[in-house]
Design a protein around this ligand. Structure first.
Ligand code: S3P
Length: 189
């Protein structure tokens, strides 16, 4: 059962984690969902389920545009469903339609992580077609330059450098509480 302090409970929408590959959206999201007693969903996993093949295969066989179409459909469906903590793939929030949908009734959280941390983390987990056979540092750096100004439009920014996923989830809960309070304050006459 959600406790009254639960921001998910207070705002009745989903909490959506955004940020680059390796930012920790999935590992932090799982812990956050547990703490808030909300369901957790990983958008990439849902896309894989819907397509019946891996993200790498979707990119290779059908191309990035087809992946983005699938991603858009899956996230729109998830956002329209019951409130949850949703970890999105790094490109999802960059899509205008997806971002506007998220901004309608969810609280978006940008997990901002340094380039060095992203490089280390992405080395540990493959399956990311945008980094495959690429200069990982140069690719992530250029993605940061393009995407960071868009991630920065999220409701909350969390600097998750050098912290465990549990500590980051804890920071998010504090910020969510402040955010929900500020928002209800603004609404009151
Ligand atoms: C992508 C990020 C990936 C995945 C796909 C494309 C991106 O998700 O959706 O490979 O465009 O940044 P993660 O951010 O979970 O790695």
């Amino acid at each position: 059962m959600s406790h009254p302090q639960s921001p998910g409970f207070a705002h009745n929408g989903s909490i959506v984690l955004v940020g680059l590959m390796g930012a920790g959206k999935t590992s932090v999201g799982r812990r956050l969902a547990k703490r808030l007693e909300m369901p957790f969903c990983d958008a990439d996993e849902e896309i894989v389920k819907a397509a019946g093949c891996s993200i790498e295969d979707i990119f290779e066989v059908y191309g990035e545009e087809a992946f983005r179409d699938g991603e858009r459909k899956v996230i729109m469906r998830l956002i329209e469903g019951p409130p949850m903590v949703l970890a999105t793939g790094g490109g999802a929030f960059i899509d205008d339609t997806v971002r506007h949908k998220i901004q309608e009734n969810s609280i978006s959280i940008w997990l901002r992580v340094s380039l060095e941390t992203l490089i280390i983390r992405t080395e540990h987990r493959g399956g990311r077609p945008l980094l495959k056979d690429k200069d990982v540092r140069a690719t992530l750096k250029s993605l940061m330059e393009i995407r960071d100004p868009i991630y920065a439009t999220a409701d909350i920014t969390i600097d998750a450098v050098g912290e465990t996923p549990d500590e980051t989830a804890e920071d998010i809960i504090k910020e969510l509480d402040n955010f929900v309070k500020r928002k209800s304050h603004r609404k009151s006459p």
